[in-house]
Ligand binder design. Structure first.
Ligand code: SF4
Length: 428
């Protein structure tokens, strides 16, 4: 989501006549677009501000802006304003569209501005976007989140759910296909909640069914909430041509006690039932998840439940995190925080189990052929290509630079935990 917001910021800034540079020393403007989901990212931003503000010494017209989720927290925005005199513009998530005006104000009046809105004022449809990739594109379908999982800061910095209309999403996707994009990722904090704020209340299945008719391409979405992932949705995906067999279903914990404390709204049993349905409906679905280890109150028994789900769901990949408290969330003040060494020990056990499963699943692909969308060449050689299967698995293989952005049939000849090696089909 933040990555796509950054593309929108870049689009607006380019529309003002600025050009990109990868060297901050040459820049007249640097915008730090921030994330606050994890504390480590926040401290990195503060270090970066400290370094970048020195550029003013060499270039008196240099402008430094900081925006995004981190500065949407008013206390953080105020702290940055007071502590870092070199920051010229501070803005939040709800007023990104105002960035050109804030920039003009700073340029002409030469004083710093801080503007953070409490609420969004609807959905902005027509902002320019400078996309960073020529093959894959992100499309927002729903903004904000109503769930308030007890560990998560997102609803506080992204506001309540609001969906874009089917028509405007459809127009954007059509435009992307006309430009030659082959892979579209629909974005939302909870895509399964799509449509609830719209008058005729289309749901996410309706949207996918409609978008499936627009052409021949790969259609993905992120992120799904396991509570809202319905049997109807599984059927719509199975009946579509373009929606990929890639399922990212954040488990967070396999223990019913912890799932409840997290305020997630499903159970271990309902989650596994949904996973079963997916395995029944698709021959080779790719399943991924997010897991938090060491949520407050997590006992050994709770953690064993998480391992049990991991063994049963057999994820292709799991994004695993040690729980770290985020100020402003209910979980941060829960008094049964798990000691760091216990978290680490559990985390390592989870990682070992998941790595073993990831490797086994990749090894099971060896000898089979997959349709691969070639995304680019390797950093070391333009004869080594990298692409993804429909399930989103990364595969590297020898080929020509002219294969980039094309679909190729590739046989898997080697498997590692994180990637696959392939061989392009003769005559492709
Ligand atoms: S559904 Fe996702 S974004 Fe929303 S509160 Fe829960 S974890 Fe955060």
């Amino acid at each position: 989501m933040s990555e796509h917001d950054a593309e929108t910021l870049a689009g607006m800034i380019e529309a003002m006549g600025y050009e990109r540079t990868n060297e901050s020393e040459k820049a007249d403007l640097v915008v730090l677009h921030t994330c606050c989901v994890r504390e480590k990212a926040e401290s990195k931003v503060l270090t970066r501000i400290g370094i970048l503000k020195r550029l003013k010494e060499k270039n008196s017209s240099f402008i430094l802006a900081v925006g995004g989720c981190m500065t949407q927290q008013k206390s953080v925005a105020k702290y940055i304003k007071q502590s870092f005199k070199g920051v010229d513009i501070i803005f939040g998530t709800h007023n990104i569209h105002r960035f050109p005006e804030l920039l003009e104000e700073v340029k002409h009046r030469r004083h710093a501005v801080l503007e953070v809105w409490d609420e969004p004022d609807g959905v902005r449809e027509t902002l320019p976007v400078a996309r960073s990739d020529k093959t894959k594109a992100y499309v927002n379908i729903i903004y904000g989140c109503n769930n308030f999982c007890t560990y998560c800061i997102v609803p506080y910095v992204r506001g309540r759910e609001r969906s874009r209309s089917v028509e405007s999403i459809s127009e954007e996707v059509k435009g992307l296909l006309d430009q030659g994009y082959k892979d579209v990722m629909l974005l939302g904090q909870n895509v399964n909640s799509y449509g609830k704020t719209l008058e005729d209340r289309p749901d996410f299945s309706d949207l996918l069914t409609h978008l499936d008719t627009l052409g021949d391409y790969r259609l993905r979405y992120m992120t799904s909430h396991p509570r809202d992932f319905s049997g109807r949705l599984i059927e719509s995906i199975a009946n579509s041509n373009n929606v990929c067999e890639q399922f990212h279903l954040p488990l967070q914990s396999g223990s019913n006690n912890i799932i409840k404390k997290m305020h997630r709204g499903y159970t271990k049993e309902s989650y596994l039932e949904m996973v079963d349905k997916i395995y029944q409906e698709f021959t080779e679905p790719v399943l991924t998840t997010d897991i938090i280890v060491g949520f407050p109150g997590e006992t050994d028994e709770d953690f064993e439940d998480t391992l049990d789900v991991v063994r049963k769901a057999r994820y292709d990949l799991a994004y695993t995190f040690l729980y770290s408290p985020r100020e402003g969330t209910p979980a941060a003040t829960m008094d049964d925080q798990v000691p760091q060494e216990v978290k680490m020990e559990r985390f390592n056990r989870l990682l070992a189990l998941q790595n073993q499963i990831s490797l086994e699943k990749n090894q099971a692909m060896v000898g089979k052929e997959y349709e691969v969308l070639v995304e680019g060449t390797s950093k070391t050689s333009d004869k080594i290509l990298t692409g993804r299967t429909r399930g989103g698995k990364v595969i590297n293989f020898a080929g020509e630079p002219s294969d980039v952005r094309q679909l190729r049939m590739v046989e898997v000849v080697g498997a590692r935990t994180w990637s696959l090696q392939g061989k392009i089909r003769q005559g492709e």
